[in-house]
Design a protein around this ligand. Structure first.
Ligand SMILES: Nc1nc2c(ncn2[C@@H]2O[C@H](COP(=O)(O)OP(=O)(O)OP(=O)(O)O)[C@@H](O)[C@H]2O)c(=O)[nH]1
Ligand SMILES: [Mg+2]
Length: 302
């Protein structure tokens, strides 16, 4: 009888955290490494709110990446819960990837991150992202400054957007894998539920279409997903939760323009993702101060 990969003694696997300040490209890196989109991305900071697992399957090995919310100093309940979930990742993984970005040589959040790295004493790679944004000469002083602060196991400059250097990330990680079980089946790319993925895609479109506090005051819940096979259609009923009547007016927009634009953009992505026609019913609801209310936060998944 043939042994499955997971039963072979030399199978390798590891949990790997992707940690860093907000907006440095952690989720972009995860999507690039997997070659498929499992995490939403936006030009605004604090896009990722939950830990997101993405699984890379290689021949005889498996890497379970954990994308995390950006670590930053904060006192608001929503952001405190986000940062706490990122901090927990330090303790749940075998290898840590600290991601920083090129133009900002010294993020104030980095001390917070390095404090945890020092405490956990796990193999840690420093990933310098967005190398496409500036001249290569700028890299050396950043590498020197960071290596003085912590003896990283490897320093890898990359562009997650362009895909430069990301093969080296996989190689450096591969060299550090340890014998372990095949935690996840071959066809599994992420641990997110269908309705969570849908709510994230809608939230991504809110980040693109709205400004100021609105992205941060919005949450999305999916009420129902219904398959109608005879019409090759998936009907999705979702709600956008905002914190006040004025925010609701903005998210709906003049004659419903804004919510229609968000819905349309989300529907196009979802149709690609599910490979079927999508009917998306999107409504806005006021849930006063949900981002400050621990019960509401829990209900909305934070
Ligand atoms: N120029 C350039 N932009 C990048 C690169 N990687 C990511 N970005 C952009 O940086 C922005 C933030 O990317 P995200 O992947 O959402 O960053 P993040 O670290 O996950 O952000 P949070 O979830 O908010 O902490 C997006 O506009 C990306 O397109 C890169 O290599 N080069
Ligand atoms: Mg992110």
């Amino acid at each position: 009888m043939d042994l499955t990969d997971s039963e072979k003694a030399d199978y390798l696997s590891c949990f790997i955290a992707i940690i860093g300040p907000p907006n440095v490209g952690k989720s972009t890196l995860l999507n690039r490494l997997l070659g498929t989109k499992v995490a939403i991305v936006s030009p605004k900071p604090q896009t990722t709110r939950n830990r997101i697992l993405g699984i890379y399957h290689g021949e005889g090995y498996q890497m379970a990446f954990m994308d995390t919310p950006g670590i930053h100093k904060t006192s608001t309940p929503l952001h405190k819960s986000m940062v706490a979930s990122a901090q927990e990742a330090f303790y749940e993984v075998d290898i840590i990837m600290v991601v920083i970005e090129m133009p900002r040589p010294d993020d104030p959040e980095i001390s917070l991150i390095l404090k945890n790295v020092k405490k956990t004493k796990k193999p840690t790679l420093l990933i310098i992202n967005k190398t496409d944004t500036g001249p290569k000469e700028n890299l050396l002083p950043i590498i020197e400054a960071y290596c003085q602060r912590y003896p990283f196991d490897a320093v890898i400059p990359i562009s997650a957007l362009k895909g430069d250097g990301t093969d080296r990330v996989i190689e450096e990680l591969k060299a550090r894998l340890r014998p372990g079980p095949e935690f996840f089946p071959r066809d599994m790319k992420t641990d997110q539920s269908e309705s969570f993925l849908v709510s994230e895609i809608i939230r991504e479109k809110i980040y693109f279409h709205t400004r100021r506090e609105l992205p941060y005051s919005s949450a999305v819940s999916v009420e129902k997903i219904e398959e109608i096979p005879e019409k090759d259609l998936l009907s999705i009923y979702a709600r956008i939760h905002v914190e006040s009547d004025s925010q609701k007016a903005i998210i709906i927009g003049h004659k419903g323009k804004m919510i229609k634009a968000i819905g349309r953009a989300a529907r196009l992505d979802l149709e690609k993702m599910f490979g079927t026609h999508i009917y998306l019913d999107l409504v806005a609801r006021v849930e006063k101060n949900w981002s400050k209310d621990t019960k509401a936060l829990r209900r909305l998944g934070y």
